[in-house]
Design a protein around this ligand. Sequence first.
Ligand code: DGL
Length: 294
Amino acid sequence: MPIANRTFASDPRPIGVFDSGVGGLTVLKALREYLPGQDFIYLGDTARVPYGTKSAETVRIYALALAQQLLDRDVKMIVIACNTASAHATEMVTAMAAPVPVIGMVAPAVDAALDTTRRGRVLVMATQSTVLAQSYERTLKMRNAALQVRGVPCQLLVALAEEGWLDGKVTEAALENYIGAIFREPENTKPDTIILGCTHFPLLKDAIRKVAGETVRLVDTGEAAARFIAHRYGPFPEARPGDVQFLVTDAVERFRPLACRFLGCDDDALPVGQIDLTTARPAEKRRLRKSATK
Ligand code: DGL
């Protein structure tokens, strides 16, 4: 076992995870499963969610500010759980956080999709902003130029998942609108693999299968990232689950029940702290804006 790997798993500092809000908890759940014994700080930007409808520049400014908050808390790694932030800001956050490693969702999900696809036809379901960024498409094509890749923006699914409408008429109608026609195409054009390129979409797996068909393969980006970290930085020999500190930028009381739903826990008393990103010093704001527009 390389010494560097032993050092990472036994380094007592927490792993920092950030997202635009609650959705990243699906990623946190996978991380806790694949990285036992690790402590986490989860930071959700509930004051400024959604990111999926925002411009690249705005998402970069937000992502850099969240990463700085985690670095200030001495994390040993940053996981960008939000797909929209991963699509727009992974390189920038990586440059800013070095030497702390940064893991975004795109590269691990692309690895998983390449392993998964049988016929080389991949559909990326994501927010509007992620689809516009085309990071998944670019990275997939770079790895295999023969792949057929399509992206479909499915912003409404974010709200449905947060509402807890994981199945039923409304959710199926929304999915039918977004992807129904694609999955009625002939066998030789329709996708065989879907990248669930948004934090919320793993919650809708069953409904997606109903519309896309049982044979379609689903790539869960949070799970792909967790497996990638376990492989690259493991082994993680401890069996105990680590601790999680939850932080949000607004509305703790709204976050708590949603968090319990996403994490599958019934602890209404989940400890959640609030931080105020608007108090960032003017000089810091200028610096963030400058590096985000480079
Ligand atoms: N976390 C976002 C993502 O994975 C979804 C929610 C949002 O639009 O902020 O892209």
